[in-house]
Write a protein of this length. Structure first.
Length: 92
């Protein structure tokens, strides 16, 4: 019996790792880069949710495909938009 990680689960784990790294970068200082990393992880997960067949989607599946893609795509768009439009604050 072969035990392997479904492709969708691997993408999910990778997205969680990238979000965690983005939050660490955000906490360390360059917050625009950290937010962009988080948004990019959600965007990649949304694209993967479209591309990966249902039988191998694993943990990436939460609800129906359309709902998952819309939700992750909206989060990605909002986070990346915030990273772009929030003005820089002067350093003290």
């Amino acid at each position: 019996m072969s035990r392997h990680l479904p492709l969708g689960t691997a993408v999910y784990v990778l997205a969680v790792v990238v979000v965690a790294a983005g939050l660490a970068v955000l906490a360390a200082g360059p917050w625009r880069v950290g937010m962009s990393m988080c948004g990019g992880a959600f965007a990649a997960a949304a694209v993967a949710r479209i591309a990966i067949p249902e039988r191998t989607v694993g943990l990436l599946r939460v609800r129906r495909r359309v709902i998952d893609v819309l939700w992750m795509g909206a989060l990605a768009g909002l986070i990346i938009t915030l990273a772009i439009v929030i003005p820089s604050q002067p350093s003290p």
